[in-house]
Design a protein around this ligand. Structure first.
Ligand SMILES: C[S@@+](CC[C@H](N)C(=O)[O-])C[C@H]1O[C@@H](n2cnc3c(N)ncnc32)[C@H](O)[C@@H]1O
Length: 256
């Protein structure tokens, strides 16, 4: 269980969480964390959104996972026959430990690379699917007012999205799994420079997580996009409270 309140917190694993939100933007924080943490699943594990994944990824898909950390998402995908997988993370510690873990479990053909999602080392049009879980959220940790994020936040998020759009094939799909609500994510996803359509689903009990599906080359007119919402998220008083907060640090994240 992780309760990110802005103060150091001793977790059940004895890990010390960062003293400030911006530490999540510091690569050293992740190296240090991954050096003593073997597995942690941000939000929910694969079993909770597998049904959504299988609607959008098939065994022939080439998939890039951004910010894999020590998650078992790639193992879940592999188990469902999606074997053309590349995982990246900025943390060399995460990458090395992920490589060792996958080799020890026999997943020898999953590629794991140290790379920055803001500057992806892949050619244009390399992947059918790009997926991230909780990784884009890191870019929002010091965003300030979520209704009007700081220029630095906007620049970082747009850089990430440009890279994703670039490495996707012509009709590729970007999947973003996050607690970021549509009114905070859509202004980015719907930027006019992108050709993707934007849809989302929700999953989870009580607290709802969002599963965004962005299909490159499928953008409709602005008016059509506005009606494309396919599943109204459940807004609870907790969500309302989060609206005015730097919410990655106010959220209890289930340990799956
Ligand atoms: C909140 S964790 C999510 C980990 C994993 N996706 C999961 O679901 O459990 C964020 C991850 O993103 C990585 N990360 C942060 N900034 C990154 C960047 N610019 N490029 C690639 N990975 C990054 C961190 O090292 C960390 O592993």
């Amino acid at each position: 269980m992780e309760n990110l309140s802005g103060n150091p917190v001793e977790s059940h694993k004895g890990d010390v969480l960062p003293a400030s939100a911006s530490a999540y933007l510091d690569p050293h924080y992740w190296d240090d964390r991954f050096s003593h943490e073997e597995h942690y699943e941000w939000f929910k594990d694969y079993s909770h959104f597998r049904h959504l994944i299988l609607d959008h990824i098939n065994p022939a898909s080439s998939v890039l996972e951004l910010g894999c950390g020590n998650s078992q998402l790639c193992e879940g995908l592999y188990g469902d026959g999606i074997t053309e997988l590349t995982c990246i993370d900025l943390s060399p510690v995460a990458v090395e430990k992920m490589k060792q873990r996958l080799i020890s479990k026999g997943y020898k053909d999953i590629q794991v690379l140290e790379a920055d999602m803001l500057d992806l080392p892949f050619a244009n049009g390399s992947f059918d699917v790009v997926i991230e879980k909780g990784t884009m959220d890191v870019l929002f940790v010091d965003s300030g007012d979520p209704w009007n994020p700081r220029v630095e936040t906007v620049d970082r998020v747009m850089s990430m999205l440009r890279q994703i759009h670039r490495v996707l094939k012509t009709h590729g799909t970007f999947i973003s799994i996050t607690f970021g609500q549509p009114h905070f994510r859509r202004p980015f996803f719907s930027n006019s420079e992108f050709t993707w359509s934007t849809e989302w689903r929700t999953f989870g009990d009580g607290f709802h997580y969002f599963f965004y599906i962005l299909k490159k080359g499928h953008r409709m007119s602005e008016s059509a996009e506005c009606t494309e919402r396919i599943d109204m998220p459940s807004i609870s008083p907790y969500h309302d409270e989060l609206d005015s907060e730097d919410y990655i640090f106010r959220t209890n994240i289930d340990d799956a």
